[in-house]
Write a new protein. Structure first.
Length: 238
């Protein structure tokens, strides 16, 4: 999940690899080996713009993102869409939904996910204290990210929201060993607007404004080059 925070390193949003396969065997495991079940969980493949599940669907599995980027969203009563978050390789989706999905999930690119049965997750929590602690840390981080997202939408200008968004993607690149000055966007301007609470026109104008100021370069619509990170950080505080 993307950590939308203006403060660097508030929450790590790098891939978490919560399951960390292969898991070490336990002598007291009697019935179905948990490790074997995880290994045999073959990835499901989804095409770009294909829904993985819809709000209200039964939450019988959690999903671990193996490849690609996923957009979590809700449709509001007035018909508008609100993007809740973006999920990247290593992230888990749906573990906080006990019985039904509380949002819909759509692939932004070609996506591969592992579908982990919820009963297996419960087994891991009950038998692996280390795993339970990691999952609790993940849930706490996601709660922090959600709070930061809400504060960003409520209190920041369009320029500040965009700056925070780009810095979050740059930080994720740095933590995964990619170039933090080059942000390749899997999401469209509409996706970004629905995430930041902006219209597509405002998103486009804000990108153009940052480009004219020399803070970013836009060699193509899906690529952002960060030219002045210090200015972007300063803008993110506004």
């Amino acid at each position: 999940m993307l950590a939308l925070s203006a403060m660097p390193d508030t929450v790590s949003d790098s891939p978490r690899n919560v399951f960390a396969l292969p898991l070490p065997p336990r002598r007291d495991e009697i019935s179905e080996p948990i490790t074997e079940q995880l290994v045999q969980a073959m990835p499901s493949v989804y095409s770009a713009r294909e829904d993985l599940f819809l709000e209200g669907d039964e939450s019988s599995h959690i999903l671990e993102v193996v490849e690609g980027v996923i957009c979590a969203y809700r449709l509001l009563p007035d018909g508008h869409r609100h993007v809740v978050s973006f999920y990247f390789p290593g992230d888990l989706i749906g573990y906080c939904s006990p019985s039904t999905q509380t949002f819909s999930a759509q692939a932004l690119t070609k996506v591969r996910v592992r579908r982990i049965p919820r009963h297996l997750l419960n087994q891991l929590i009950e038998t692996r204290p280390q795993f339970a602690r990691r999952l609790l840390k993940l849930a706490a981080d996601e709660l922090t990210m959600t709070r930061e997202h809400m504060l960003c939408l409520a209190a920041k200008s369009a320029e500040a929201r965009m700056a925070v968004f780009l810095l979050a993607l740059a930080r994720r690149n740095r933590e995964t060993g990619a170039d933090p000055t080059r942000v390749d966007l899997a999401m469209t301007r509409v996706d970004i607007g629905d995430y930041l609470g902006l219209t597509i026109e405002t998103v486009s104008r804000t990108f153009s404004k940052l480009k004219r100021a020399g803070i970013i370069a836009l060699p193509r619509t899906t690529t952002v080059l960060i030219r002045d990170a210090a200015a972007l950080h300063e803008m993110a505080q506004g």
